[in-house]
Design a protein around this ligand. Structure first.
Ligand code: GDP
Ligand code: MG
Length: 370
């Protein structure tokens, strides 16, 4: 049977323990503040104070308090994690992303074609995970350099036959600088010369210590090519995401990040966006860097038309006047006049910068290098 101390009961009900003790004396019981009483006694005791101490009621009260707290914090609600895959060249980043998409997206939407919008939305155990399609630290850095940090979790791919290499270390440094937790995917474990233990050993030098050695870094052995360990990796991503308690306000005007943008012959400027805060809606007036527009239409990662985009969910946005730049922050503003003014101001600033800096390296070129 469940028990509770008089002290705890006092804390839970906001009744001074001394009053509870006095009442117990009335019942003929001499008990001190740390004494246990069972649920039935507690119920009887609380009745004297006008309480109906139903357990369920207690629980729902707690839930209510929690809910009120959340609402006062700006209606924060959970949002899915956004994951970037990083690692040394040829260690299997692209293959791993393909494996994840294949096992998850295809299974769900039999025969459905995934749209390329710069990020993939997959589902595992009813939970959504977003993967940025462009792996590599250049993309990550380019986005961050423009003030955008869209990544919640980095999956660090290390080939088990090759071990820690220069770009592995760079990736670790980038993730650390951004304060993003790392999950290590030790890849190519199908290879005869794979040595996952050596990878673990090597990574301890960089502060990534596996749990079994007293650290807190999660390691998952995978074979991206043979589709081994993919589910475990996804489970670990969800676990880390849970611990982060990722939340966002769904009700405010949307703020997001341009993750890709191009000029489409038929549709004009097309931008892939990940909303970070608020909800982006068709009809919203938007600004991103030196360009602005009105959201004419939006598509999700499966090419389906959508009316709104909530936090973390990647969408393709049609309606910009000009093509924005990856890494630009998208904002919803009140009217077209404001949008135009903001975009023009930004353009002028950019021009000034361009005049003093050397030829611009396009983000696309950087992406191609990976
Ligand atoms: P990236 O440069 O990190 O994107 O690496 P890729 O995904 O392009 O992979 C580089 C090479 O490693 C390709 O030839 C892949 O087929 C191969 N590869 C990737 N994952 C595995 C794996 O799990 N096992 C084996 N044996 N080869 C793999
Ligand atoms: Mg690649």
């Amino acid at each position: 049977p469940e028990k509770i101390t008089i002290k705890e009961l006092g804390q839970k009900t906001n009744i001074e323990p001394v009053k509870l003790i006095k009442k117990l004396i009335d019942f003929g019981l001499m008990l001190n503040i740390n004494a246990d009483i069972n649920f039935e006694s507690a119920k009887r005791l609380l009745k004297e104070f006008g309480f109906e101490a139903e357990k369920e009621e207690e629980e729902s009260k707690e839930k209510l308090v929690k809910k009120i707290k959340e609402e006062s914090a700006g209606n924060l609600k959970p949002r899915p994690p956004v994951v970037t895959v990083m690692g040394h060249v040829d260690h299997g980043k692209t293959t791993l992303l393909d494996a994840i998409r294949e096992t998850r997206v295809a299974a769900q939407e039999a025969g459905g074609i995934t749209q390329h919008i710069g990020a993939s939305q997959i589902e595992k155990d009813g939970k959504i995970i977003i993967f940025l399609d462009t792996p590599g630290h250049e993309a990550f850095t380019a986005l961050r350099a423009r003030g955008a940090s869209v990544t919640d979790i980095v999956v660090l791919v290390v080939a088990a036959d090759d071990g820690v290499m220069p770009q592995t270390i760079e990736a670790i440094n980038h993730a650390k600088a951004a304060g993003v937790p790392i999950i290590v995917a030790v890849n190519k474990i199908d290879k005869p010369d794979a040595n996952p233990e050596k990878v673990k050993q090597q990574l301890t030098e960089y502060g990534l210590i596996p749990e079994e050695w007293g650290g807190d870094t999660i390691f998952v052995n995978v074979s991206a090519r043979n589709r081994i360990g993919i589910d475990q990796l996804l489970e670990m991503i969800l676990l880390v995401a849970d611990m982060q308690e990722l939340k966002a306000d769904y009700d405010s005007p949307a703020v997001g990040v341009i993750i890709e943008a191009k000029l489409d012959k038929g549709r004009g400027p097309v931008a892939s966006v990940i909303v970070q805060k608020g909800t982006l809606k068709v009809g919203d007036i938007i600004v991103a860097g030196g360009t602005w527009g009105k959201v004419r239409a939006m598509f999700d990662s499966r090419g389906k038309i959508v009316k709104e985009a909530t936090p973390s969910i990647p969408v393709e946005v049609i309606g910009f006047e000009e093509v924005p730049v990856a890494g630009d922050i998208l904002k919803v503003v009140v009217d077209e006049k404001t949008a135009r003014e903001m975009a023009e101001k930004e353009k002028e600033l950019l021009k000034e910068k361009e005049d003093i800096t050397s030829p611009k390296v396009s983000l696309e070129k950087l992406f191609d290098k990976i």
